[in-house]
Ligand binder design. Sequence first.
Ligand SMILES: [Cu+2]
Length: 136
Amino acid sequence: MTRRLILTVATAATAVLLAACGSSGGTKGGSTASAAVSTVDGVQQITVKAGDNYRFDPATITVHPGKVKITLINDGQGAPHNLQLPSLPVGDWVPLTSAGQSASATFETPAPGTYQFVCSIHERQGQVGKLVVLPS
Ligand SMILES: [Cu+2]
């Protein structure tokens, strides 16, 4: 049996999150759409971009239970970024990635649910995202 990966775009939930921040300037940059997920050797491959707008693109990652490889591409020209999942062990985080560089981390998903990830340097500027682990 073949099971296709299903992408879920949690636009509504993200909009609520952004609104909750109380910013009066509106949202700048930062996509709320999920990226296409491909699987290599059973590992779900995710690419997330981060640049000089201090946002993750996409900000929502939806995966199935199992192994996930997240590659963070810093396509900015200034600050470094990382991608930390506080609910996972430190070793599962994408380390600090300089402008023009990329880095990745591979990990086993936590139980189905929604988990926040952050760039520890720019969390207060709103560089946060959500990992959604679908039910198995
Ligand atoms: Cu950052």
